[in-house]
Design a protein around this ligand. Structure first.
Ligand code: COA
Ligand code: AMP
Length: 630
């Protein structure tokens, strides 16, 4: 007998119009679409063409109208400030409508961009929803990014308004956002007309007259704004993500496909019902935060949690269990690195036993490869199914998962399970041919991608086609490599490019190399991601100094580390920098990064046939072996 998962996957594959048409009924459309799917070559197909809707209306207003006015929509739980706040759907609607009015008063119109540089506070979600309400396009920048990354995003998105907070909070430290914002605007050729600043009590930002306005002041005397229906294909947001170069890629998310895919996934992937509490312990600056802190739970009429804290140290390794118990979380989403951090501090999970987790049904893990010991430990200690699932900023929602809302399939450690209905996943060789079961290759998704996935990059369609569509005809290239076993389970093993994953954060070693190379003493450099027991991977920089440079021991290394922190941000976790005499290269001058990584990780490797001078590898081995035994 075919199970519910199998038949849903087949239906989505064989009759996508019927499948997604049914899913689209979960959303309220201002104007019905002409067609569920409009085919076209490459990625020019369209979902829900002709349809008009408003994402904020679907996420907030209609729940107020339909009886959820007094249900809690959003819980702000902040161990870092020692405070909590709850907003009902009705209160959320009022605050969003007012802030949308404030944006309007600052000149923001449908289609204008708004950059949001904010920590994990309710105002961040309010600002995002307010943009959606008036059809403006938000671009949220993660608070752990510093000046250069913020400037690159301002430069590319060209926002009319930037919404920022005076500061973010990290354990033991206040991160002043405003000076970073001022410096980023200075650096960017594009200047926003206005900056709306949320003054937090932990730090008061100084304001630039004529440009900056405080959040409360921006609300004074404004009219609440109504929802503006937009085309299904109208951009809801641009979210920048790391590519192989220093220039981030602006992933464009539409309104129609996104709303349909997210609400479908809430119920069928996550098995979370309206009225239940869903918690994604991520940050609004990442795609997980967009999809499953803000839009997914709210579209579904669930309760969502914005958690301003860490898995450990705020105050202890029981923090996650406290939040789950206190707010009755039924579906919990986090990154394997957070579980590893908890396990490191509380290996027996003794803190967990203090809490009542009886409402918790499923734990989902994503953001990086989940190592089997982490999965096993959490399953044993938490006592509910722990499900790895795989997706990306580009796709916006899970590609491969155990769809517990449809039917829970057997869990295999190390695999995020099988493709979610709507996704056709294949593993291919260099020529783009499917490889046999269990053989490793590049992971691709066959076109068309389902609703919600990107279909361009912000103002850079050429790069979209070049980076994602060109390499394998008829396929979207995910940038990941792995294999599919004989039961159709996918195993994601590594990236095929220079992107690394540090503590669940996606970072570009290329971007770090650009910063390292800008140090006046550095002739050339390589940054690679090496294995780390807690964070999965961490970056390590190798630098070759310019001839004649003299410095005290460790001085240049410290300066380079500080430069990366200053330009990219603390989240880069760039803490190891090593001076070397030479870098290993091919005869054509290409740096052998894979080989460097293997040497640092003490993994076996084959000396590349094209190597310029094998002696460099011997030097590197000596250096890193000495370091380890030192
Ligand atoms: N604003 C400013 N700085 C930030 C920041 C933010 N929003 N987020 C992180 N940072 C800083 C940290 O304070 C740290 O600074 P430090 O070098 O001075 O210590 C640095 O960036 C590195 O942060 P991180 O890699 O997160 O390490 P950590 O030691 O602070 O915490 C974990 C380790 C595992 C607890 C933490 O990484 C974690 O919770 N990870 C889960 C990530 C996640 O949910 N990802 C989303 C995908 S689902
Ligand atoms: P991001 O765009 O930040 O969500 O990062 C996406 C990348 O993180 C993917 O392309 C993978 O390399 C990695 N990733 C995310 N989830 C998983 C997972 N469950 N297993 C393995 N890798 C993952």
């Amino acid at each position: 007998m075919t199970g519910k998962y199998e038949s849903a996957w087949r239906e989505a594959k064989e009759t996508p119009e019927a499948f997604w048409g049914k899913a689209a009924e979960l959303i309220e459309w201002e104007t019905p679409y002409d067609a569920v799917f409009t085919p076209a070559p490459a990625a020019d197909y369209r979902w829900f063409a002709g349809g008009r809707l408003n994402t904020c209306f679907n996420a907030v207003d209609r729940h107020v109208r339909d009886g959820r006015a007094d249900q809690t929509a959003l819980i702000y739980d902040s161990p870092l400030t020692g405070s909590q706040q709850k907003l009902t759907y009705c209160e959320l609607k009022d605050r969003v409508a007012m802030f949308a009015g404030a944006l309007r008063a600052c000149g923001v119109e449908t289609g204008d961009r708004v950059v949001i540089y904010m920590p994990m506070v309710p105002e961040t979600a309010i600002a995002m929803l307010a943009c959606a309400r008036i059809g403006a396009v938000h671009s949220v920048v993660f608070g752990g990014f510093a000046v250069a990354e913020l400037a690159a995003r301002i430069e590319d998105a060209k926002p009319k308004v930037v919404v920022a907070a005076s500061c973010g909070l990290e354990p033991g430290r206040v991160v002043n956002y405003k000076p970073l914002l001022d410096a980023a605007i200075d650096q960017s050729a594009h200047k926003p007309d206005r900056c709306i600043i949320l003054q937090r009590p932990q730090s008061t930002a100084s304001m630039q007259e004529g440009r900056d306005i405080e959040w409360q002041q921006a609300l004074e005397g404004v009219e609440p704004a109504d929802c503006v229906p937009v085309d299904a294909g109208h951009p809801l947001y641009v979210l920048y993500t790391s590519g192989t170069t220093g220039r981030p890629k602006g992933v464009v998310r539409d309104n129609g496909g996104h709303a349909v895919a997210l609400i479908w996934s809430m119920q069928n992937v996550y098995g979370c019902q309206p009225g239940e509490t869903y918690w994604a312990a991520s940050d609004v600056g990442w795609v997980v935060g967009h999809s499953y802190i803000v839009y997914g739970p709210l579209l579904n009429g669930s309760t969502t949690i914005l958690y301003e804290g860490k898995p450990v140290g705020t105050p202890d390794a029981g923090a996650f269990w406290r939040v789950i118990a206190e707010h009755g979380v039924s579906t919990f989403f986090t990154a394997p690195t957070a579980i590893r951090a908890i396990r490191q501090q509380d290996p027996d999970a003794s803190l967990l036993k203090q809490y009542d987790l009886s409402k918790l049904r499923t734990v989902f893990l994503a953001g990086e490869r989940c190592d089997p010991p982490t999965l096993e430990w959490s399953r044993e200690k938490i006592g509910v199914p722990v499900v790895d699932h795989w997706w990306q900023t580009e796709t916006g929602w899970p590609i491969v998962a155990n769809c517990v809302g449809l039917e829970q399939l057997p869990i295999k450690s190390g695999s995020p399970t099988r493709p979610v209905p709507g996704w056709t996943v294949a593993v291919v060789n260099e020529k783009g041919e499917d490889v046999p079961a269990n053989a490793t290759g590049a992971i691709v998704c066959r076109l068309p991608l389902p609703p919600g996935a990107l279909n361009t990059l912000w103002h850079d369609d050429d790069r979209f086609r070049r980076d994602y569509l060109k390499r394998y005809a008829g396929c979207y290239q995910t940038g990941d490599a792995g294999y599919i076993d004989e039961d159709g389970y996918l195993f994601v093993m590594s990236r095929t490019d220079d992107v690394i994953n540090t503590a669940g954060h996606r970072l570009s070693t290329g971007a770090m190399e650009e910063v390292v190379a800008s140090h006046p003493a550095v002739a050339e450099c390589a940054v690679v991601g090496v294995a780390d027991a807690l964070k999965g991977q961490v970056p390590v920089g190798l630098i070759v100094l310019k001839a004649g440079v003299e410095a005290k021991q460790g001085e240049i290394e410290r300066e380079v580390i500080a430069l990366v922190r200053d330009k990219i941000g603390p989240v880069a976790a760039f803490k190891t920098c090593q001076i070397v005499a030479r870098l290993p290269k091919t005869r054509s001058g290409k740096i052998l990064r894979k080989t460097i990584r293997a040497i640092i990780d003490a993994e076996p490797y084959q000396q590349p046939a094209t190597i310029e001078d094998p002696a460099v590898l011997v030097e590197l081995e000596r250096l890193f072996r000495t370091r380890e035994t030192a």
